[in-house]
Design a protein around this ligand. Structure first.
Ligand code: COA
Length: 240
């Protein structure tokens, strides 16, 4: 018999997050471009600098490479369609996984889970002026203002990544405001969604985890589930 309140590994829902460095050299970028569709190559080419072009190629190729290894297919074969607000999903196959990509500066993260998942990584910078007032809830702004000044920027990015991970799991882009829900990041590794004014969404049915993807960056995943999460954080390496 299971003891009340005790979480066993069987109760946990695994969420895999791969992280990788987007700064690849031109020969690697050329090789990885072969995994991309013509549309994707054109999207990469539209970035203004070669460095940004290579980073976008590395992000999309990483997403393809990881999906390929999870699904047992070649990196070039996944066909992506876009949801109403731009969230990519796999077209034409009955995929048992939800996935989501995030990139910031030279870092990418890609999350895969059997339940709906969103991921966000952000480079930790100075506190951006006036942004919290625009996209955080009143409770979050109050909590952030109460932080000692030296810790406020780091805390801001904990809130930001947790909130953005939720928004990315919802897939609604900018159509749902960051002000419409509140996360609590007091338990730094396990943020919680504590309030939301969305229709048909149960705030109890969300689990969040924060992670340190790389020094100087913050990261978070959000999963629509009532099960406790088990984070499997991995480093992705390109093998050609
Ligand atoms: C795409 C979006 C969802 C996130 O943008 P971002 O933070 O700049 O980007 P990330 O690097 O984390 O994620 C980008 C990836 O998410 C995926 N994506 C695109 N649209 C998405 C959507 N609606 N939902 C989930 N994922 C999406 C794509 O794979 C995309 O990769 P690509 O740009 O290489 O195609 C953006 O449209 C958005 O709505 N941002 C909200 C910004 C905001 O106000 N946040 C408030 C936080 S409190």
């Amino acid at each position: 018999m299971q003891e009340e309140g005790l979480v066993t590994p069987a109760d946990e829902l695994p969420v895999s997050v791969w992280v990788w460095d987007l700064d690849i050299d031109p020969p690697m970028a050329a090789a990885l471009s072969r995994w991309l569709t013509e549309d994707e190559r054109q999207r990469a080419a539209a970035f203004v600098t070669p460095e940004l072009q290579r980073r976008w190629i590395a992000a999309r190729a990483g997403m393809r490479g990881i999906l390929a290894s999870v699904l047992g297919v070649t990196p070039g074969s996944p066909v992506f369609s876009l949801g109403q607000h731009g969230r990519p999903y796999l077209a034409g196959i009955d995929c048992p996984y939800s996935f989501n990509l995030s990139h910031s500066d030279n870092l990418a993260a890609f999350a895969v889970c059997e339940a709906v998942v969103g991921v966000d990584v952000e480079q930790i910078k100075d506190l951006p002026e006036g942004v919290a007032a625009m996209v955080f809830s009143t409770a979050e702004i109050t909590a952030l203002d109460a932080e000692p000044e030296a810790r406020r920027a780091g805390k801001f990015f904990q809130y930001w990544t947790a909130k953005e991970a939720v928004l990315k799991a919802l897939g609604t882009g900018l159509s749902v405001s960051g002000r419409s829900f509140t996360v609590d990041v007091t338990g730094a590794a396990t943020p919680r969604l504590i309030e939301a004014d969305w229709k048909n969404e149960d705030t109890e049915a969300w689990r969040l985890l924060a992670f340190d993807p790389m020094p100087g960056f913050a990261g978070a995943v959000a999963v629509r589930t009532t099960r406790p999460l088990r984070l499997e954080l991995r480093q992705w390496v390109f093998v050609l």
